[in-house]
Design a protein around this ligand. Structure first.
Ligand SMILES: O=C[C@H](O)[C@H](O)[C@H](O)COP(=O)(O)O
Length: 232
């Protein structure tokens, strides 16, 4: 809890008045959004938020953070979000909370992408965390069967009531229990082409800064790449 809060507060230091800010989803991003709300209220910070889930939208509205839809902004200056796993080469898995579709849309329109995590999320190779695929309902059992034939150990995500989990966009999620992903780039290419898969939780070559919380404090790692380019 404290590590998540520490990285959330540190990320908020990168936010200045006038920015359009992508507000991530999850238990770590929660602290970042709370801090932005506090600064809006107490310090007069003037930002426009673009949210990545219904949950975050409700939180941001309750805090009085002005919001816009992604389609009503020219770009996002900085998106701050959590992650489920980050590899040593700074690829990530996201979507443990089922929000990776909208998160990826917001991130892909962001000039800077900051991930905030505690050190338990840092891994050598991705894959121990189940890789989420958001799939359209129609034909989803066929997608599942196809993934099973490939040996990807798929499982439909279930909700607390025992039904299939529904995303904000009313799709299902299939989690792949891969163990280790030896070649994330090849898997990404394969999943990008799979009919019925709306979006997968592999975020490769996207993050521009990672803040890692540990007992020793917050490590601030600038990745040194530019994901976003104007007019792409
Ligand atoms: O779908 C959820 C998002 O990708 C989250 O950012 C991710 O699951 C990390 O969440 P948390 O900070 O709660 O571990």
């Amino acid at each position: 809890m404290e590590l998540k809060k520490a990285v959330g507060l540190k990320a908020a230091e990168y936010i200045k008045s006038g920015m359009i800010v992508g507000l991530g989803t999850g238990s770590t991003a929660y602290y970042f959004v709370e801090e932005i709300g506090r600064r809006v209220k107490e310090e007069g910070l003037e930002v426009t938020g673009v949210t990545t889930s219904i949950r975050t939208k409700e939180q941001a509205l309750s805090l009085g953070i002005p919001l816009k839809n992604i389609d009503d902004v020219t770009h996002v200056d900085i998106t701050v979000d959590g992650a489920d796993e980050i590899s040593t080469d700074f690829h990530g898995i996201k979507g443990g909370g089922g929000a990776h579709l909208i998160e990826k849309i917001v991130a892909s329109n962001s000039k800077e992408i900051i991930w905030i995590v505690d050190d338990s999320k840092m891994v050598d190779k991705l894959g121990a965390f189940p890789l989420p695929l958001e799939v359209i309902k129609y034909g989803s059992q066929q997608v599942f069967n196809h993934l099973e034939e490939k040996g990807y150990k798929p499982a439909f995500r279930m909700d607390e009531a025992g039904g299939k989990y529904l995303t904000d966009e009313d799709n299902y999620i299939i989690d792949l229990h891969l163990g280790t992903i030896e070649n994330p780039t090849a898997l990404e290419a394969e999943l990008n082409q799979m009919v019925g898969v709306v979006e997968h939780g592999l975020f490769l070559n996207m993050v521009t800064r990672v803040l890692v919380g540990s007992a020793d404090g917050v490590q601030d790692i600038a990745i040194g790449r530019q994901y976003y380019s104007e007019g792409k």
